[in-house]
Write a protein that binds this ligand. Structure first.
Ligand code: BGC
Ligand code: NOJ
Length: 815
């Protein structure tokens, strides 16, 4: 760990101490509509709302070396050229540090007595990023140097930008005014926005044509203008527009200078587009530069970023937790990941190009579970947006573009778990807020323009869809796939150029999913609780009837002897059964049957978890998705059997589904197991970063499992449902602070050795200070609950009725 960096928990930062980490270690900037990704070497890109349709700067994925484009500063001093973030020149530095914090990254590099610090952040509610730059002369002599900034503009639509050079090489347009660079490609036609890149200090020159600044045959490691120590004041006509500034500095011994670069996305709105032919109206751009030319405004904006995060995090903070990994993840990094997944779903990360996927229906619903406490108003809007992409028959667009909020026709629907996740997100929202009025919110169906059917109607449609689309065993039909979108039981693809995800005729298919059955149980039970909360007992009873019916079906049809079968394929053969040669046991059906309440009275739930422990779990990496991995491609199973054994859905450790098992252990009061499992996938607890490779502060979607040739290697960090679910595990299932419809419920499940801990939880306008004590060394059970000195029966803290906003709660474990 110490080899590459460490957690500075007090600052809520991860400090990277050398630039050559095993993979680029990424951070996110922005929380509202303007987003950026930044690595420890200042690689990454920025976009507004939608990484496909409003990409502001370019990034070439899968490059070699990795992570070559970004927000670069070059220093030219004497003969040497270098970057404070080491890349792209990779000139050896005398000192390097990158502090990834919440919503900002600060990179500091030092060479030959000159230190350059670059602090990057997005001010709250603004569509821009600021790089505050400080250059320090740490020597005893006066020093002269030039500092160059560099970004490469993306022509907004990222796919076209990457593929259609016969057009893009002829459309690039810029303007330069007072050293501020305005990237305005396509502005004369249908765009009403531009990108601004300006410097608050007087510049000695600029470049906007990449060929002039970098050179056609040079790379960013040896850009022509930097080598020459001089920008050429080029204006881009087509080809590749960039933004580069030259700042000449003379620093006395010990002196420093601070200034800022601003990269902004500017919507022109109702302002006139042009001042003159080919001259855009720059009123808004100038206002932005004027504002941030005052460095006090820069500092105030940065303070606002920090304050905003502190305010958000103060909603859930745990202290004195006996495990440092759990405490730092639950307090800081896990919540940061929840913010990123909420904002970006699975669209833009080091592994998601921002072009392929927008917001996922199942993904975004689940992301809400870890986000709703932070900004419930935004979760509310998201739930309505997602529901609006459902069709009136209950099926859902599997993805939609965040900019247009329209479903993606390319992928379509037919993923039969999708409808049910809406119930989980809605119930989580109402549990957090008590605001059942969301159920009356008009959403409408995507196939009925102008329709206004409310959210509750969508929820009932989702329940009905699952009930009405069942197969020969009475289990829900799977469609293209369920949560495991690589289990493609209707795909039968022999063509390498087909998409596993959408190919295959699902109409009339018999393939069934036990996982969806379990998810249905969970969702139906949630809905029963919701109807009871609303006093609609007849509806509660009706849905309870469906629950009972599905439970009976699961127990009669899906028990395989020692665990729950995963599915029945198109020929009604079992998948995930002892009768299978490979893929005998899958994790998802164990998880969802248990979470849905199956196996409670007949001992099967416990057996299912024990089977996971025996066949799938490895304390070093977590649980593999299934066992044994498929060694051959199975036409009747699809993509799951396409991956080499031990990776991704073919028996890799797919962290997301591990979290459900963690919850399962807590349902049985197994606090020691729950924490042990929790730590097995926890990035902060990974002992060797040369093996794990991924960021130590962000959950990876998957780790190569014990069944792979490279066990322990983490991949696909940041944008994974593991974010939300791990937060649920740590904050609710282990530490036991659970929002419920009628108040906060206290239901911890911790290791026996834990003596206690405290949680501060802000909930519906009240700050609860909860202190949990475990004098008898138990895992769970609330023996006593004392609320502001009053003993309360059970484990529900009643909502204060007398206007109190501070409530003290003392909990003793061990019923
Ligand atoms: C991946 C899945 C992913 C799917 C989405 C597959 O290749 O293995 O994890 O959900 O693509 O398109
Ligand atoms: C990642 C996808 O985003 C998610 O929707 C899916 O459930 C998992 N992969 C499992 O296949």
């Amino acid at each position: 760990m110490a080899k590459y960096g460490y957690f500075d928990d007090a600052q809520r930062e991860f400090v990277i101490t050398r630039p050559d980490t095993p993979l680029p270690w990424l951070n996110y900037l922005g929380q509202d509509e303007y987003f950026g990704m930044v690595t420890q070497t200042s690689g990454g890109y920025s976009f507004w709302k939608d990484a496909k349709l409003r990409r502001l700067t370019r990034y070439r994925y899968n490059n070699n070396p990795m992570d070559n484009d970004g927000r670069f500063l070059f220093v030219k001093q004497g003969k040497s050229i270098w970057n404070p973030g080491w890349k792209p020149t990779r000139t050896k530095l005398d000192a390097f540090e990158c502090r990834h914090g919440l919503g900002y990254s600060q990179i500091t590099g030092k060479k030959d007595g000159i230190e350059v610090e670059q602090l990057m952040f997005v001010p709250p509610q603004e569509n821009l990023e600021v790089w505050k730059v400080t250059v320090r002369n740490k020597t005893k002599k006066a020093q002269k140097l030039s500092l160059f900034s560099y970004v490469e503009f993306c022509l907004f639509e990222a796919l076209n930008d990457m593929t259609n050079y016969q057009r893009t090489y002829s459309i690039g347009e810029v303007e330069i005014e007072n050293g501020a660079i305005y990237h305005k490609t396509e502005y004369r036609e249908r765009r009403n926005h531009y990108t601004l890149f300006g410097c608050t200090r007087k510049v000695a020159g600029y470049d906007t044509a990449r060929d002039a600044f970098v050179g056609v045959h040079n790379g960013l490691g040896d850009p022509k203008a930097v080598l020459a120590g001089k920008c050429t004041n080029s204006r881009a006509y087509g080809w590749n527009p960039i933004g580069a500034h030259q700042v000449d500095l003379t620093l006395k011994p010990g002196a420093e200078e601070t200034f800022a670069f601003v990269l902004a996305y500017v919507e022109q709105g109702d302002l006139p587009k042009f001042d003159a032919p080919f001259v855009i109206n720059k009123t808004k751009g100038k206002e932005i530069m004027a504002k941030y030319s005052d460095l006090a405004a820069v500092d105030a904006a940065f303070a606002a970023v920090k304050q905003r995060w502190e305010d958000l995090l103060s909603i859930y903070q745990a202290t004195k937790v006996p495990n440092e990994h759990l405490q730092r993840m639950v307090n800081t990094w896990n919540q940061a990941q929840c913010m990123a997944t909420f904002n970006l779903s699975r669209s833009a990360s080091g592994y998601e190009t921002g072009i392929g996927r927008g917001m996922g229906y199942r993904d975004s619903n689940q992301d809400i579970l870890g986000f709703v406490h932070l900004l419930p108003e935004r979760a509310r809007q998201r739930i309505v947006d997602i529901a609006s992409t459902q069709l009136s028959d209950g099926t859902c667009f599997h993805q939609y573009q965040p900019l247009t909020k329209k479903g993606n026709a390319d992928i379509g629907g037919g993923f039969n778990d999708d409808p049910l996740w809406l119930i989980l997100s809605t119930c989580a929202y109402i549990r957090e807020t008590g605001d059942a009025s969301i159920l009356q919110e008009p959403c409408g169906y995507a196939d009925k323009p102008g329709s206004k059917d409310n959210l509750l109607h969508h929820i009932e449609t989702s329940i009905a869809y699952t009930l009405n689309n069942r197969g020969p065993h009475g289990l829900p039909l799977i469609g293209h796939a369920d949560w495991n979108d690589c289990l493609n039981l209707n795909c039968f693809s022999k063509e390498p150029n087909e998409s596993f995800q959408c190919v295959g005729d699902i109409a009339g298919s018999k393939a069934e999913s036990v996982m969806i059955a379990g998810l249905f149980l969970y969702a139906a039970r949630d809905l029963v609780g919701l109807y009871q909360f609303m006093g609609q007992s007849a509806d509660a009873a009706r849905v309870q009837g469906h629950y009972d019916d599905m439970l009976k079906t699961v127990e009669e049809q899906a028990w395989d002897g020692a665990w729950y079968t995963r599915a029945f394929d198109a020929a009604s053969n079992p998948v995930g059964s002892k009768s299978c040669k490979e893929g005998k046991i899958y994790i998802e059906s164990q998880a969802w049957c248990v979470l849905g309440g199956a196996g409670q009275t007949n001992g099967r739930a416990k057996k299912a978890l024990q089977a996971v422990d025996k066949y799938l779990y490895d304390a070093r990496y977590g649980c593999a998705l299934q066992y044994p991995p498929y060694s051959e491609y199975h036409l009747e199973l699809g993509e799951v059997s396409s991956y080499p054994p031990g990776y991704k859905e073919n028996a890799g450790v797919f962290s997301h589904n591990n979290t459900w098992i963690h919850i399962g252990w807590t349902m049985f009061g197994e606090g020691d197991k729950a924490l042990e499992y929790y730590l097995s996938i926890c990035p902060s607890a990974k002992p060797d970063h040369d093996v794990y490779r991924s960021e130590p502060y962000s959950y990876a979607q998957m780790t190569a499992s014990q069944f792979s040739p490279t066990p322990g290697e983490g991949k696909n960090s940041w944008l994974t449902g593991t974010g939300a679910w791990s937060f649920v595990v740590a904050s609710q299932s282990i530490l036991g602070v659970k929002p419920d419809f009628t108040g906060l419920r206290i239901d911890p499940c911790v290791p026996k050795k834990w003596k206690g801990y405290s949680v501060q939880r802000k909930f519906r306008g009240v700050t609860y200070t909860i202190s949990v004590k475990n004098p008898k060394g138990k895992c769970n059970g609330v023996k006593s609950l004392v609320v502001d000195g009053q003993k309360v029966a059970g484990n529900l803290i009643p909502l204060p009725t007398d206007g109190r906003t501070e409530v003290k709660v003392e909990v003793t474990l061990g019923a």
